[in-house]
Write a protein that binds this ligand. Structure first.
Ligand SMILES: Cc1cc2nc3c(=O)[nH]c(=O)nc-3n(C[C@H](O)[C@H](O)[C@H](O)COP(=O)(O)O)c2cc1C
Length: 363
């Protein structure tokens, strides 16, 4: 099942192994990808992944978590991404872009520098649905209704640029406490206007973004949304609300729901989603069974047989692999070796597989 192709609109993935988006905080000052990003991502394409996702990429300057985040709001960034897309394609995989606005989690240092809040440059205020900030972080400026059009336009332009750069898929980052998730969750959104309060109101701004992106993004190309299916502390955003949102996303033309969790509050001891193998698979299963959506499972999936079983059980349609890909960029072709035994070398790039198949033969 892991190596069964899957069609998403006009894009057919050769297998169901997706490289999960992972921020590397390694962009040049101008937010453009460099030769380093190409090397990093092309390894996964050579390693047989069905789809390589580029890390969270900001739609506007103030939407970056750090100054080294990737961005897609200038011509220079767009043309650097075109180069990256061509390189990943040449190495054998389609490539998707995760588009992002960090919202109230913007303007920090990198994880290895402690995620410290830093003063944003002039004109790049940290914004959120309300002034409820992340503990110890910035106090966000509440977004006024008139600012929403500018933000939606930034997402729309990012989609247009991603298309021109040749990306095969876009994923809208609606998870992990960033801008769109913070509108959804009552833990960050206590607005009193039509963008806060009821579930319908909290979904309104994220859905406006999705509609604008879907309209700008070509009809033949698939659109994914990553959700935090629950906030994970017993209050806040729930799986039942995710089910309602997933239905609305499907109606808005979203093709894949990528099922993550958390990020609204800092990790703490009473988190209700303990980490372990496949710990978020139940969320993918819940959304798939109630809405019929094509879903992606992610989190703690490291073993080929486990990934295959998730698909065989019908809990998900795609599996995203994050950190284990950093350990082994050849994860997908290695999985083929495990699942298919002698026939697997044909899934490796021909210039490797031809030799490796001969090396594997008994003398
Ligand atoms: C270094 C690193 C960077 C990440 N950056 C992103 C990101 O840009 N966007 C996102 O949605 N998730 C991000 N995540 C979460 C991963 O995509 C993935 O969901 C998570 O690591 C769980 O999967 P895993 O257990 O296979 O690593 C990141 C995770 C790591 C370890």
């Amino acid at each position: 099942m892991l190596f069964e192709p899957i069609a998403l609109r006009e894009l057919t993935l050769e297998n169901r192994v997706v490289v999960s988006p992972m921020q590397t905080y390694s962009a040049a000052q101008d937010g453009a990808p460099t030769a380093w990003h190409i090397g990093h991502l092309a390894r996964f394409a050579l390693g047989g992944a069905g789809l390589v996702m580029v890390e969270a990429t900001a739609v506007s300057p103030e939407g970056r978590s750090t100054e080294a985040d990737l961005g897609i709001w200038t011509d220079l960034q767009e043309s650097a991404f075109r180069n990256l897309v061509e390189s990943v394609h040449a190495c054998g995989a389609p490539v998707g872009l995760q588009i992002q606005h960090a919202g109230r989690k913007a303007s920090t240092t990198a994880p290895w520098q402690g995620f410290e809040s830093v003063t944003p440059p002039p004109g790049q205020a940290v914004i959120g649905p309300t002034d409820i900030g992340v503990p110890g972080g910035h106090v966000p400026q509440p977004i006024l209704e008139k600012d929403m059009d500018r933000l939606i336009e930034a997402y729309r332009n990012a989609a247009l640029r991603a298309d021109r750069a040749g990306f095969d898929l876009i994923e809208i980052h609606m998870a992990h406490g960033y801008l769109l998730h913070s509108f959804l969750s009552p833990l960050a959104n206590n607005r009193r206007d039509q963008y806060g309060g009821t579930l319908e109101n909290r979904m309104r701004f994220p859905l406006r973004v999705v509609e604008a992106v879907r309209q700008a993004w070509p009809a033949e190309k698939p659109l994914s949304c990553r959700l935090s299916c629950v906030d994970g502390i017993g209050i806040g955003w729930s799986i039942e609300e995710s089910q309602v949102l997933a239905s609305a996303l499907l109606s808005a033309g979203v093709d894949v729901i990528d099922c993550s969790s958390g990020g609204m509050v800092l990790p703490r001891k009473d988190m209700l989603v303990p980490r372990g193998p496949g710990f978020q698979v139940p969320f993918a299963k819940a959304l798939k069974s109630t809405t019929g959506a094509t879903v992606m499972a992610v989190g703690g999936i490291t073993e080929a047989n486990h990934a295959n079983d998730i698909l065989l059980r019908g809990d998900a349609d795609l599996v995203a692999i994050g950190r284990e890909m950093l350990v082994n960029p050849n994860w997908a072709v290695s999985a083929a070796n495990q699942l298919y035994a002698s026939h697997s070398w044909s899934r490796w790039p021909v210039p490797f597989g031809w030799w490796l198949a001969r090396r594997a033969r008994p003398h």
